[in-house]
Ligand binder design. Structure first.
Ligand code: FE2
Ligand code: FE2
Length: 159
């Protein structure tokens, strides 16, 4: 976690920040050797938490707003993204039941990273160009709601 927090102005910036965080965690994870099981487990816990909270914010707040853009493209992109989240969540669930040192865990982590990175790219390249069509007022209140939910979910997780 970094202390130099950038002031977030739009929902897309907030989501991009999360995307960077999780990409960084995957990159750190990839550098570890087979024996670094403790460190793998620590990073895995962080990845799991980041992705779970991020998906929740998108599904409860951001995606419904993108749907409101009311174009066929926005609708299709949201539907596809929800399906991609489902795949990611299934992997997270499966991985929660496996030891971080296991071979199957390593294979699932690889697939998780590929899936998440592909999903992030689609969100940033395609979905964000739809959400930019929302009014400034809508985007401003949306980002506040999203930040509030993020803080709430992070607090719940610590308890
Ligand atoms: Fe997403
Ligand atoms: Fe995302």
């Amino acid at each position: 976690m970094s202390d130099t927090k950038v002031v977030v102005k739009t929902p897309m910036q907030l989501l991009k920040q999360d995307h960077q965080t999780v990409k960084g965690l995957f990159a750190e994870y990839a550098k570890l050797g087979d024996g670094d099981v403790e460190e793998k487990d620590r990073l895995w816990q962080q990845i799991n938490e980041e992705l779970t909270i991020h998906a929740e914010i998108e599904e409860r707040l951001f995606y419904p707003a993108v749907r409101d853009v009311n174009t066929d493209e926005a609708e299709d992109l949201v539907n596809e993204a929800i399906e991609e989240h489902r795949v990611v969540k299934t992997l997270l669930e499966e991985m929660s039941g496996i030891d971080a040192g296991a071979e199957t865990f390593a294979a699932k982590m690889k697939v998780l990273r590929e899936n998440v990175e592909h999903h992030i790219e689609e969100e940033e390249k395609e979905m964000f160009s739809q959400s930019k069509k929302l009014s400034k007022e809508v985007l401003e209140s949306l980002v506040i709601e999203m930040e509030t939910m993020k803080n709430d979910l992070e607090d719940q997780d610590i308890e």
